[in-house]
Design a protein around this ligand. Structure first.
Ligand SMILES: *[C@@H]1O[C@H](CO)[C@@H](O)[C@H](O)[C@H]1NC(C)=O
Ligand SMILES: *[C@@H]1O[C@H](CO)[C@@H](O)[C@H](O)[C@H]1NC(C)=O
Ligand SMILES: *[C@@H]1O[C@H](CO)[C@@H](O)[C@H](O)[C@H]1NC(C)=O
Length: 483
């Protein structure tokens, strides 16, 4: 018996070592949690969703106290964000940076607190379309924030990063990659700052946008299943846009003397609706291909066997209130729909199997608002426009999942989206008598007529509860004093 004992312990030991080695690799996949939504899930539902799916890294775009409170004690590694609009004040005032760090980071750290690992200083601040308006704030803001972190004894735990769009660098061949000429100086300062603080370079890479914006972009090059259009770069050959883009950054970093800088992918993903190439099949193929590619540890020609440190999928949930200037697909990046339901089967490679849906989602009652079939709808155009100007109707667009439901279907879809947004308030289905409430789900095929979610466990409710408790305590305190 003793003989078999030793080998089995050794086996167990090997298993544990091997298992933990796997965990290290697998932990590289995280998600972006954006909240520009019309129907918000409660933060605790979202954190449960992360937990159910073994997601251990999350990136936020702000430092919403509701989200941070829900993340307390979860152990999930968090990147909080500083919106570009705050950069100006943070670049000029250490009082402001002390306050920001105090209110939005220090307050949540510590035992059973939030595991805040990164602060994203701005979001794509060098984006070409911003015409340089945030550029000069970045380095001074980083300096101030670093001092504030040091004053709070957090500089060893919390790292500053600056998520950049891939438009910060350019080249037709990866090996020739360089930062945009007007950014060379600031990028050199930034990367030197990151390097001296052990922070990675964070970049957002979107093969979807290359395909969307470019009719002659070879479709199969956007994915990971091999291509008829490989890109030959000297002796290196590229089989997918992601690797090509990644190595263009590696070359740009080398050019300024930081070829070994660790790289984190801050955003990467594929939308599912609102444009022709935004569909479930393509999104699943891209995201699954990406995850397997990253977890294979193959790396790229310029960084063999060194994949990005971490990648954050864009995105966890659909965000129905996002600006659609870039395209109507903008509201459909989620691997889950707005209500936390998996849109397609995906293995995140985190040991949790296929995606698991959010639990205990609080829906409004199962009813919908549609166009009354007995009415003449000729005067409906203004109602349609108004409804879609506040609610989300982007699935009706060319390439969208509801594009082919006909004129009447269109109107019903708009009515319902508006009605759900108004929390099914009965007047919101009136439309001068053209709307009617139905209890039969009007969804057709892939075109889903949504039912809204309630936010009954929102922070507002919690605040109210705290008020009641405080009042009760005062009441009892006074009563005890009187006794
Ligand atoms: C903390 O972050 C939130 C969200 O980004 C922001 O609105 C707030 O102003 C921040 N606090 C300070 C003191 O800057
Ligand atoms: C989905 O998108 C892919 C990628 O662009 C495209 O090849 C395919 O035709 C689309 N499928 C549908 C059903 O539109
Ligand atoms: C439905 O609405 C969309 C978006 O406004 C439009 O592109 C489409 O042509 C409409 N369909 C019909 C049949 O009117």
């Amino acid at each position: 018996m003793a003989e078999t004992h030793l080998p089995s312990t050794t086996l167990l030991c090997i298993f544990v070592l091997f298992g933990s080695a796997l965990v290290v690799v697998e932990s590289a996949i995280g998600v972006n949690w954006g909240t520009v939504s019309l129907h918000k899930l409660s933060p605790s539902t979202v954190v449960d969703l992360l937990r159910e799916n073994n997601i251990k890294k999350v990136k936020l775009f702000d430092a919403d106290p509701g989200a941070l409170r829900a993340l307390m004690g979860s152990g999930i590694e968090v990147m909080v964000g500083i919106p570009n609009e705050l950069l100006a004040v943070l670049s000029t005032s250490t009082t402001a940076s002390d306050l920001w760090v105090g209110q939005n980071v220090s307050r949540f750290m510590g035992k059973a607190g939030v595991n805040i690992k990164y602060i994203a200083v701005g979001n794509e601040p060098f984006l070409t379309t911003y015409s340089g308006q945030f550029q000069s704030y970045i380095i001074p803001a980083l300096m101030n924030l670093q001092q504030s972190l040091a004053r709070g004894n957090l500089e060893g735990t919390v790292k500053l990063v600056v998520p950049c769009n891939a438009d910060a660098y350019e080249s037709s061949l990866p090996s020739q990659g360089a930062f945009r000429p007007e950014l060379t100086q600031i990028m050199t300062q930034l990367v030197s700052f990151l390097n001296s603080n052990d922070s990675p370079f964070v970049v957002n890479i979107y093969p979807f946008l290359s395909l969307y914006g470019n009719t002659d972009f070879p479709q199969d090059y956007a994915f990971f299943e091999g291509t008829n259009h490989p890109v030959a770069d000297g002796t290196n050959v590229y089989y997918n846009a992601f690797d090509g883009n990644f190595d263009t950054l590696v070359a740009a970093l080398s050019k300024i003397g930081y070829g070994q800088m660790p790289i984190v992918i801050g955003e990467v993903g594929w939308p599912t609706d609102g444009a022709i190439s935004a569909n479930l099949t393509a999104a699943k193929a891209f995201n699954q291909g990406l995850i397997y590619h990253i977890l294979s540890n193959k790396g790229t020609p310029l960084r063999p066997a060194v994949p990005p440190m971490d990648i954050y999928l864009f995105s966890l949930l659909d965000e129905g209130a996002k600006n659609v200037l870039p395209g109507t697909f903008e509201r459909h990046w989620g691997i889950f729909s707005f209500d936390g339901q998996a849109k397609y089967q995906l293995k995140l490679g985190l040991g949790g199997g296929l995606l698991k849906n959010a639990k205990d989602v609080q829906y409004l009652p199962s009813r919908w608002c549609v166009a009354d079939p007995s009415r003449d709808l000729s005067g409906v155009a203004n109602h349609f426009r108004l409804a879609c100007s506040v609610a989300d109707c982007t699935t009706l667009n060319y390439g969208g999942s509801c594009n082919e439901i006909g004129a009447k279907g269109n109107i019903s879809y708009a009515f319902n989206s508006y009605y759900q947004l108004q929390k099914q308030n009965s007047q919101s289905c009136d439309f001068d008598g053209l709307g009617m409430v139905t209890f039969l789900d009007p969804s057709v095929g892939d075109c889903r007529f949504l039912v809204g979610v309630t936010d009954s466990n929102s922070p507002g409710f919690g605040l109210y509860c705290r008020w009641v408790i405080v009042w009760l305590m005062i009441y009892w305190g006074v009563w005890i004093l009187v006794m």
